[in-house]
Design a protein around this ligand. Structure first.
Ligand SMILES: Nc1nc2c(c(=O)[nH]1)N[C@H]1C(S)=C(S)[C@@H](COP(=O)(O)O)O[C@H]1N2
Ligand SMILES: [Mo]
Length: 239
């Protein structure tokens, strides 16, 4: 189910789950098996049942991805975001604390490394750089690692990438709170990089000296994921 979404939001969102067939077309990662569990099957059923059946994979719309095949369900009340590692003041923020910080709005494309792109998505959240400043990054630090409530996905950025104004810890997208399938209540949005950098269900931010490659990177995608030339395509940069 698109829990917490009105049917109007669902239609506005136009999300479709990425099916196994689509996934298996991805060279190199196909064997990994991003296999969708029964929850996602119900998303498909629900989408079709609400008239979204006509919006099966094509251009210009989100595919819902989950490595684990399910969606961690974290309510805003239960949500916590930790900022730890090489910082002067480790933080554990509640959803209210995060959303009380000064926020930015971005209207920018979202591009998956497999080729699909959603134009002009509305995003809102706190600049990752502001969170790092609140925790106070130690001089020895050079990178930032991220964990997900799914317990599997991990990501990283260099500190200079993390401090870009178009890299945010997002809590709104597509005109509403971030839905559970899209990684709500809180996900990363790393505008200039391929979608796998925009880790969903963000649980932890860890400031480190040297980052370990994340889940998708261990499996063959570049650590520096700037939208550009990939797999014979030329994808326009996201500005
Ligand atoms: N935790 C988690 N985050 C994730 C993924 C995932 O499977 N698990 N998939 C990534 C990929 S490859 C893309 S393209 C986007 C897709 O975002 P969406 O599911 O909101 O469409 O999420 C990224 N973040
Ligand atoms: Mo992706």
């Amino acid at each position: 189910m698109f829990r917490g979404m009105s049917s109007e939001e669902r239609i506005h969102d136009q999300s479709v789950p990425m099916g196994r067939r689509v996934f298996l077309g991805i060279a190199g990662l196909g064997a990994l098996g991003v296999i969708f569990g029964s929850k996602v099957q119900r998303v498909v059923g629900d989408a079709i049942g609400t008239g979204l059946g006509g919006l099966l994979p094509g251009g210009d719309r989100f595919r819902i991805y989950s490595i684990t095949g399910s969606f961690p369900s974290v309510t805003p009340d239960a949500y916590r975001l930790s900022v730890t590692g090489l910082v002067k003041k480790p933080l554990t923020l509640t959803f209210d604390e995060l959303t009380s910080m000064s926020s930015v709005k971005l209207v920018k494309d979202f591009q998956c490394v497999t080729g699909w792109r959603v134009p002009q998505v509305h995003w809102e959240g706190v600049k990752l750089g502001d969170l790092l400043d609140a925790a106070g990054v130690a001089d020895s630090a050079e990178a930032v690692e991220f964990d997900s409530y799914d317990g599997v996905d991990t990501e990283s950025l260099t500190l200079s990438q993390a401090r870009r104004p178009d890299v945010i810890v997002a809590y709104r997208m597509l005109g509403g709170p971030i839905t559970t399938p899209h990684g709500g209540p809180v996900r990363l949005y790393v505008a200039p990089m391929y979608g796998y950098k925009s880790l969903k269900w963000l649980s932890a931010i860890r400031v480190v000296k040297k980052a370990s490659p994340g889940y998708w990177e261990v499996n063959g995608y570049p650590v520096n994921a700037w939208v550009g030339n990939f797999d014979g395509r030329h994808d326009a940069p996201i500005t």
